[in-house]
Design a protein around this ligand. Structure first.
Ligand code: DX5
Ligand code: ZN
Length: 216
């Protein structure tokens, strides 16, 4: 089953709890939360206290995308804040294997994200141990960017490795996904679809999620 994971990066932060409630009501499957530190990426968003404060507004899984340097330092804080899936960037961690095992030791799902320029083969050894791989289809840091077309072949590469090494692997795509290209990324093998601007566009969450699902 294909899951829609709206990113709250495009939400109205002054009423984040309410927006998360709306996402669940209108058919989201997962809540995607973009944590940025102003170092790994140029932008700064929010951390564990904000995630903890909105946790009670939804029963959906919280998929926390850590765009921060040395994410291993903060794993426990995000677990306590209510993360169900923790994604760390391959490029941000010198000891990615250790961090993956550490995340899994808390009994939650562990994922690795790859920037557009990072080859899939870099994480081939990790695939059997991961719950999810996140293929970035824009350079991380901002919502509303254009989908980078070569991300599609990277999704296919992950799908092939998943067939061989880990059939239950979730394959998430993040960045520039909209009703025009959602079918294409799903056909390549993605099964968790992040969408920020495509979900919050014109503040019509219900209609936008319906349209994305119709486009599958
Ligand atoms: C970008 C974030 C994305 C972003 C996606 O760094 O990781 O999750 O919110 O936004 P759209 O769907 O607008 O590209
Ligand atoms: Zn993200």
């Amino acid at each position: 089953m294909i899951k829609i994971a709206p990113s709250v990066l495009s939400a109205d932060f002054s009423k984040l709890g309410y927006q998360v409630e709306e996402l669940q009501k209108y058919g989201a499957d997962i809540i995607h939360l973009d944590v940025m530190d102003g170092r790994f990426v140029p932008n700064i968003t929010f951390g564990p206290p904000i995630i903890k404060s909105i946790r009670k507004y939804s029963t959906l899984p919280f998929d926390v995308h850590l765009m921060i340097e040395e994410p291993g330092r903060y794993i426990e804080d995000f677990v306590k804040a209510g993360a169900d899936i923790l994604t760390v960037h391959y490029e941000a961690d010198r000891h990615i294997d250790r961090t993956i095992n550490y995340i899994k030791s808390f009994g939650i799902k562990a994922a690795v994200a790859l920037n557009p320029g990072t080859p899939v083969k870099n994480i081939e050894n990790l695939i059997p141990y991961l719950d999810m791989v996140l293929i970035m289809s824009v350079n991380p840091g901002f919502g509303g960017q254009k989908f980078i077309s070569y991300a599609s072949s990277k999704i296919q590469e992950v799908k092939n490795l998943s067939n061989e090494l880990n059939p239950n692997l979730l394959i998430e795509v993040d960045g520039g996904v909209d009703i025009e290209n959602i079918k294409q990324v799903v056909d390549c093998g993605a099964n968790v679809i992040v969408a920020g601007s495509a979900v919050f566009k014109h503040n019509k969450i219900e209609e936008n999620i319906k349209n994305l699902k119709r486009g599958l």
